[in-house]
Ligand binder design. Structure first.
Ligand code: ZN
Length: 277
């Protein structure tokens, strides 16, 4: 209002009488919802702390990229109500927070893209996969997420599978993920798994004729030998949270194959967690 950015002092989103910076970032119900989605990733500062204390406490945190991405997009969300005919939806805000977290984190770390464009100019995508096995219900689930070379969402997948074991679920997640990436026509991918045993057995030339899971191993090795560039790397479990969540979800569902073209808000907080880990 003071800056002539809006015609009323009240909040256009919730109708509160005064829309100041504290209201936009901290009190408006939409902002409370977004903070609730990301809450466990942000340092705890009492909700009753004075606004300046709360704001500077977050900004002075050593890794404040998520908070900055959140605050920036809460402000832009508010502006979308004032200036745009179709204001953003809460899911749009979460997706934008993830994209900015990826970018801010990269800038703050002073690092290059996590999966740089190769010298031949082909962009390399990142496939994170995970399997889950629940012996109590005798079911496996496979999950995965495909990100572009800078870490932005391309798609997520999950598949519910029958009886098996933990290693088989990991192998099937890699097989399903790599098959999907190949069918998308992508020519360069780095596949990440948090199962060191699966990573090692796939990437060495060991004879697997006597292995229980030789069919899955041979199928994945055949995928690796297609005409594309594919690497299979190990990633610590704490940086594979999205694939883990989707695999666990698949154990409890009955999905032959489920694909998400956009991440759900609950998945976005895990994406941010993978970025910040
Ligand atoms: Zn409001």
């Amino acid at each position: 209002m003071k800056s002539h950015l809006a015609t009323k002092a009240s909040c256009i989103r919730c109708g509160a009488a005064v829309e100041d910076a504290e209201h936009v970032l901290r009190r408006c119900p939409g902002s409370v919802w977004v903070r609730g989605q990301l809450g466990r990733l942000l340092p705890w500062i009492s909700a009753s702390a004075p606004f300046r204390h709360w704001l500077f406490g977050h900004l002075q945190n050593r890794d404040n990229t998520l908070f900055c991405a959140m605050a920036w997009n809460l402000w832009k969300w508010r502006n979308s109500f004032v200036f745009e005919q179709v204001p953003w939806q809460p899911g749009d805000v979460m997706r934008r927070i993830h994209l900015d977290t990826v970018e801010f984190h990269r800038l703050a770390q002073g690092t290059q893209r996590s999966n740089p464009i190769a010298s031949d100019g082909i962009n390399s995508v990142m496939l994170y996969t995970d399997g889950s096995w629940n012996p109590q219900v005798n079911r496996m689930g496979s999950g995965g997420v495909l990100l572009d070379e800078i870490g932005c969402w391309i798609c997520g997948f999950a598949a519910s599978l029958g009886g098996g074991d933990a290693l088989k679920s990991e192998l099937l997640a890699m097989k399903k993920g790599l098959t999907h990436v190949w069918e998308m026509g992508i020519k360069s991918v780095t596949c990440y798994t948090d199962c060191l045993e699966a990573q090692q057995i796939i990437t060495n030339n060991q004879d697997v004729d006597t292995y229980w899971h030789k069919d899955e191993i041979i199928a994945i090795r055949a995928l690796l030998n297609k005409e594309w560039r594919v690497f299979v790397n190990y990633v610590p479990r704490e940086r594979n949270q999205v694939a883990d969540a989707l695999a666990k979800l698949a154990v409890n569902e009955n999905w032959d194959w489920k694909l998400w073209s956009q991440p759900q808000p609950t998945v976005i907080s895990l994406l941010c967690q993978d970025v910040l880990s």
